[in-house]
Design a protein around this ligand. Structure first.
Ligand code: ZN
Length: 462
């Protein structure tokens, strides 16, 4: 399609949308990464009408949540318009009896979490962008975060879903049943599909009892095999209460707690690994005692070299702030925040290979940390001197290692635009073909978030 043709379609569609929704719901915006025109529906019915108009005109659109994703799934790639769910932010119900919550897609994650807490319940999803990420975006990207080891990824907490298809059809199944084996599980088509198969409008989430105790410690460990053994030990000894097992390689920990930084080092520098562990339970006194005993045993068995336990919420926050301070690495120079999965038995060799690949760079940034309990590593690679930064070379170095070690090119951030060309490293040709056929069936004109996950030419060539 020519640019002028695309522009004419957009003008015609936007006018039809203004007529339908009113001036106030169709806004222009200036951020060049995002669509120029953003539509803001107030209901599922309006989303359906918008999609009917867009499909009648062949107008592409990008569903927008909190725009906090790291795979650029919310970016504009041509003449798409934006479909923001921000006005559909209501918590429609917290059902304490069935331990579910029904929310509209634009509900902010933190708002939903706090609503669950008021009923002594837990929405077991937590991530750095909690204050602006939306539930719809979390579901569309199958977000991971800090409690996956215990509760699984977002997919695991979605019981029901309402989506609007490309032609405006509303498919609603606001299911609250934990067991519901009635044919194909259509939910799973849309969870993690990044808005390419349908627009999520409402979600039923599974809630859990709110933990009454939390015990947190930062540990120093000398060797990787001890890190892996410590994870198995803690998982077993805690009887399933382990809710975080986050590992920082020394470049991470020592930089974040360096002299003059925001954080004081709770443990001295010089260890090989720093592990943030947390358990959640139901009995504050007994759980704290059990946690201390467990760490003492681990130390006796030589699984850890040093430990500091938090004794207050402020101390716990200080430990988590060290782990969460990932943005400070951007101050070092241009870098890429990779998000990959590698099985734990191959992780040490993988990191050694990546480091060896980075060795020739004089001004390298090479920082490793991750949700080790979920086999998920985050690797920042870059250069302190911007002129030496080579995006393609760093991607090749990292992703070829992921492929060699049989890992996943995206653990929790999704594919979006950023990882599209790497997808084949983690998925077979038959899988990719089936995914594209599904896309073609649900969205024959490719108007839903085109170019994300698959380039538009690939879908067109099917
Ligand atoms: Zn993460």
């Amino acid at each position: 399609m020519s640019d002028s043709n695309a522009a004419a379609i957009q003008t015609r569609t936007v006018q039809a949308l203004r007529d339908l929704l009113g001036e106030n719901s169709v806004r222009e915006q200036a951020d060049p990464a995002l669509p120029d025109v953003i539509v803001k529906p107030r209901s599922t019915q309006e989303v359906s009408q918008i999609l009917q108009i867009c499909s009648a005109n062949g107008q592409a659109l990008v569903p927008l949540g909190g725009k906090t994703g790291l795979a650029n799934g919310h970016f504009q790639t041509g003449s798409e318009i934006g479909l923001s769910l921000e006005r559909m932010s209501a918590i429609e119900e917290v059902d304490a009896q069935n331990r579910t919550m029904t929310v509209q897609a634009g509900c902010i994650l933190q708002v939903a979490s706090e609503a669950a807490e008021r009923h002594e319940l837990l929405l077991p999803l937590d991530l750095g962008a909690r204050g602006s990420a939306t539930i719809g975006g979390n579901v569309a990207t199958n977000a991971g975060g800090n409690m996956v080891i215990r509760y699984g990824m977002t997919r695991e907490m979605v019981l029901g879903l309402e989506v609007v298809l490309a032609d405006g059809t509303v498919v609603s199944n606001l299911n609250k049943l934990l067991k519901n084996n009635t044919g194909y599980d259509l939910r799973q088509w849309f969870i993690g599909a990044e808005g390419t198969l349908g627009v999520i409008t409402r979600v039923v989430l599974r809630l859990r009892p709110r933990p009454q105790s939390q015990n947190t410690a930062l540990l120093a460990v000398d060797h990787f095999n001890e890190v892996a053994a410590l994870l198995r030990f803690m998982d077993r000894q805690s009887g399933g209460a382990l809710s975080a097992f986050e590992v920082m390689w020394p470049e991470f920990y020592e930089f974040v707690t360096r002299n003059g930084s925001l954080h004081r080092p709770p443990l001295p520098h010089g260890s090989a690994y720093y592990v943030l562990v947390e358990t959640q339970g139901s009995d504050p006194v007994a759980d704290a005692q059990k946690f201390e005993e467990m760490l003492a045993q681990a130390m006796e068995q030589g699984l850890l070299a040093d430990a500091v336990l938090s004794h207050s919420q402020a101390e716990r926050n200080a430990l988590w702030e060290i782990r969460d301070d990932v943005l400070s690495f951007y101050a070092l120079g241009p870098s890429i925040p990779f998000d990959v999965s590698i099985t734990i038995d191959r992780m040490e060799d993988f990191v050694r290979d990546v480091r060896a690949g980075m060795a020739p760079f004089e001004d390298k940034i090479c920082v490793v940390f991750g949700h080790l309990g979920d086999s998920n590593l985050h690797v920042h690679l870059g250069n302190t001197q911007a002129e030496n930064f080579d995006y393609a070379a760093l991607c090749e170095l990292l992703y070829s290692a992921v492929e060699r070690y049989g890992g996943s090119v995206s653990a929790e951030h999704g594919i979006g635009l950023g990882k599209r060309e790497q997808l084949h490293r983690s998925r077979s040709a038959a899988e990719l073909q089936l995914m594209m056929q599904l896309k073609k069936m649900l969205d024959p004109q490719n108007i839903l978030n085109p170019n994300k996950i698959f380039a538009a030419e690939k879908i067109a060539a099917l």
